[in-house]
Design a protein. Sequence first.
Length: 432
Amino acid sequence: MIPRYSRAEMVKIWEPETRFRIWFEIEAHATDALAELGVVPKEAARAIWEKGAFEVERIDAIEAEVKHDVIAFLTNVAEHVGEPARFMHQGMTSSDVLDTCLAVQLSRASDILIADLDKLLEVLKRRAFEHKMTPTIGRSHGIHAEPVTFGLKLAQAYAEFARNRERLVAAKKDVATCAISGAVGTFANIDPRVEEHVAAKMGLTVEPTSTQVIPRDRHAMFFATLGVIASSIERLATEIRHLQRTEVLEAEEYFSPGQKGSSAMPHKRNPVLTENLTGLARLVRGFVTPALENVALWHERDISHSSVERMIGPDATVTLDFALARLTGVMDKLLVYPARMQKNLDRMGGLVHSQRVLLALTQAGISREDAYRIVQRNAMKVWESDGELSLLELLKADDQVTEKLSATELEEKFDLDYHFKHVDTIFQRVFG
């Protein structure tokens, strides 16, 4: 987590001040519930709220001696609260605080990421409708296939990120659970009603069965979801990178006044933002495997997951937040070149219409194998001429073709608009 790829709102969730504030609220709410149950004096619970305070530096200093962060925190708070502090942490274990805090942090991080996705979806929708009927070439294996529209490309991205939003909402719900269940999760020394109270106050749901920790399959699914979102970011970023290649140049990142693309070559306009997004996506996906490996803890718990989560929690959410915001900016200002798209469409002498001719010949009575051979024979001449020859003209001169199809019928098979007759249907499915 470095400033270059961080945004302040997400970073704040993971700062020590925020973490200890959440710890304090968990402890104070738990003490409130214990007071209502008559386990501790109500005056003590009030004193914790009124006098409770902490200093990050002091906690760090105590931890350096006691080698335990929760004990260091409780010791520091007790220095402010005084005698009533002995009623804090009654029947609780450290994981009750740590796991519940992590759930709060991941829940808050999810809210930011969901808002990021909403902004991206808004931009993708606007640009998709802007280019709903902008013709461009579809490619399979990187090779010209058949015509699509640039709006369809963006509609596909919209649908993908809409699915990601649904996944993240579900992952947030799954990970936002509270455990205040004691040393091995049996509630031996604390009433389950305390857990219910803390969960309600912290905006969480009750963990149905914890050991000493919240089960890590929840966290694994959460980080796996972040990894899927990162992969979707990379997919769209890679598309833009390909479209910006000089030989293609159908779209490119906005190049601002005064921007420089190369220290050596003044002419360069490089896709640096989408290249950056590709790298950031790799990082976020890299956090998924450690999260999966955290699921298998020893018995009721060990702490092999702890160091992992202290790193991947901040790093994954901060990085993904930055990446989503950057992608939104790229797509918002993306330069699109319809004339170049049309030029590329026309580059291969009409080869993109070969399937329509194939189907027409089969409808006219020629076997599929013979029809394929006839069309391919002519198509290869166009291919080898680098598009200098015209597939339509070659077909018009082929006796086997003209025996079955008139010139007018052939020309109709080269109508570009034919390919776009169901664009409205696709948009309706995607956008409603």
